[in-house]
Design a protein around this ligand. Structure first.
Ligand code: ATP
Ligand code: MG
Ligand code: MG
Length: 534
């Protein structure tokens, strides 16, 4: 199946980038430093990295810092960490603000050549005019007037703040993105890099094509909701006589039951619905990595999406199923027994003293290493297994051998309190219906380890929120589930972020040791089977 997928990925990209030359391709990922990266950003970043590598070219990480009201240095640092978590390193890190002087000069040039004008039309009036295709009262102002107003904007005076600068593209083009878009606006707030030097900032529509061209970007990857703005992007470059840039569209990523907007994610954090940006319920890069999603699975998934133009809400199952294929061959296997209602079993004919064996942590992959399995005459099993045993049934104790259930004591509510079994090592494990996991009771040298198994539900109850839906009406009331268990002593060797399998229970990632109760906390990694998400 992996092979088939590989072929499909290759096929999807067989065309590569139009005009892409070996050693010359330059791509860029331009995050705004206003929040943490989410899985949608991961798609953009990974595709940019993919093409840069494919052509042995260059990847620019550019902080798109043109709005001082939203941006902070702190977010630049966290975004670089997020990229690191995705195994992405740019060849250079730049800022749109590195080009503020040039952008300013180019805006002046547009005014001088009659391709931009200053406008103080009120916001609503401007919206109405753009909708109806009506020219602004200032559209035909002289270059002199426009330069004067732009200079006033630059001072940040009360008068200046009333104005903006617009590109003179079209009054009534059917493509509304071409109806004289705003290219500079005022903002008196200090900028995290340029301080109070500027009171005017270029808009994305202006800065993006200009900086792409200046920085040598050959292929600008953009989500296809910008498609209407592609002619506008080219207009800026042509109007200024700058080097052309190819645009490569891809579709925006959406997932069911998931919000991918920085503003909404900020709200979840602020309202305490999650514990932070790295909460395992969050679609942030930090959140999904903490939940156990591997970079390899993410990459495979993004490349499968490739150049698809369909804007659909994807199922999480798909990506988790890919992830399972990545971790299954390398995740060491341990055992755990649910602590509540665990059942002690006395094994007759077993070892009189404690015995310890070295066994592989993964039966099919010896490279994963060895673990110690403890054998004694008292073991613990899960209540669910105990309940299922028939009288005199022969079952298989995994990594040990067969045993026959001789007696079972049950309390009034039907819970099994204890069991006695006779070891029957001559028995054939191929003939038993039940192969169960078990743990020897604690010994001083090999104590059972108290652990917490965490599982999570989606944060919202609706697959796809519509425009008018209010998030607060669709908050899942309980989204975190904790189960206490005892695990074999080998889990002591795990370090934060290790993947593992608790056999017959599922895949987990070791998160941390809880300060309050001292338990090791493990987060369940969804495996893409719908049943597991229910
Ligand atoms: P948000 O709406 O979450 O605030 P944004 O698009 O404003 O996101 P940017 O930091 O500007 O955030 O995004 C950086 C890059 O990531 C852009 O090139 C953008 O197209 C891309 N991107 C953002 N969200 C998605 C998504 N859901 N799917 C694919 N690419 C995305
Ligand atoms: Mg943006
Ligand atoms: Mg956005």
């Amino acid at each position: 199946a992996n092979k088939a997928r590989g072929t499909k990925v290759a096929a999807g990209f067989a065309l590569g980038l139009e005009g892409g030359e070996m050693g010359k391709v330059v791509t860029r990922f331009p995050p705004e430093p206003s929040g943490y990266l989410h899985i949608g950003h991961a798609k953009a970043a990974m595709l940019n990295q993919y093409f840069a590598k494919m052509y042995q070219g260059k990847l620019i990480i550019r902080f798109d810092d043109t709005n001082p009201s939203k941006e902070k240095t702190e977010f630049e640092e966290t975004i670089l960490e997020d990229l690191e978590l995705l195994d992405i390193r740019g060849d250079v890190v730049t800022h749109t603000s590195d080009y503020f002087d040039q952008l300013y000069d180019l805006a002046v040039k547009l005014i001088e050549t009659g391709k931009a004008y200053a406008d103080d039309t009120e916001r609503e009036q401007m919206q109405l005019e753009r909708r109806e295709g009506i020219a602004s009262a200032h559209r035909d102002d002289t270059a002199e007037d426009n330069l004067r107003h732009f200079a006033e904007m630059k001072t940040g005076s009360t008068e200046g703040l009333r104005w903006c600068l617009r590109a003179k593209m079209s009054v009534d083009n059917p493509n509304k993105a071409l109806r004289d878009p705003v290219i500079y606006r005022c903002n008196p707030k200090p900028h995290h890099r340029t301080g109070d030097k500027w009171k005017i900032y270029p808009t994305y529509d202006f800065a993006c094509p200009v900086v792409d061209s200046i920085e040598g970007v050959t292929h600008a990857l953009r989500t296809n909701e910008y498609r209407d703005r592609n002619p506008q992007y080219s207009w800026m470059i042509d109007a200024l006589g700058l080097r052309k840039v190819n645009i490569w569209d891809f579709s925006r990523l959406n997932f069911i039951y998931t919000l991918l907007s920085k503003r909404k994610l900020h709200e979840f954090v602020n309202n305490g619905q999650v514990r932070g940006w790295d909460d395992p319920r969050f679609p942030t890069v930090r959140g999904i990595r903490r939940r156990g999603l591997t970079v390899e699975a993410l990459r495979q998934f993004m490349l499968l999406q490739g150049p698809s133009q369909a804007i659909v809400s994807l199922e999480w199952d798909t990506i988790w199923a890919l992830n399972k294929k990545v971790i299954d061959p390398i995740a060491p296997r341990y055992w755990a027994i649910i602590e509540d209602k665990k059942v002690p079993v006395t094994i007759k004919g077993g070892p009189t003293a404690v015995e310890v064996k070295n066994l592989p942590k993964h039966k099919k992959n010896p490279d994963v290493g060895e673990k110690k399995t403890v054998y004694s005459s008292t073991i613990l099993i899960d209540q669910e297994d105990a309940k299922s045993f028939e009288d005199q049934e022969e079952v298989t104790l995994m990594d040990w051998g067969n045993a026959i259930v001789r007696s079972k004591s049950v309390d009034a509510s039907g819970n099994v309190i204890s069991i006695e079994m006779d070891l029957h090592l001559e028995g054939d494990f191929k003939k038993t219906k039940k192969k169960i996991t078990w743990l020897s009771q604690s010994t001083s040298e090999y104590p059972l380890i108290p652990v917490t198994l965490l599982d999570y539900d989606y944060l919202i109850t609706k697959k796809k929120l519509e425009e008018n839906d209010s998030v607060k009406d669709f908050i899942t009331p309980v989204t975190e589930f904790r189960e206490f268990a005892l695990a074999d002593a080998n889990v002591k060797d795990l370090t934060k972020g290790d993947y593992l399998q608790f056999e017959r229970k599922g895949y987990f990632i070791f998160d941390h040791v809880n300060d309050e109760d001292g338990r090791l906390e493990f987060i369940r990694i969804p495996d893409g089977k719908a049943a597991n998400l229910a």
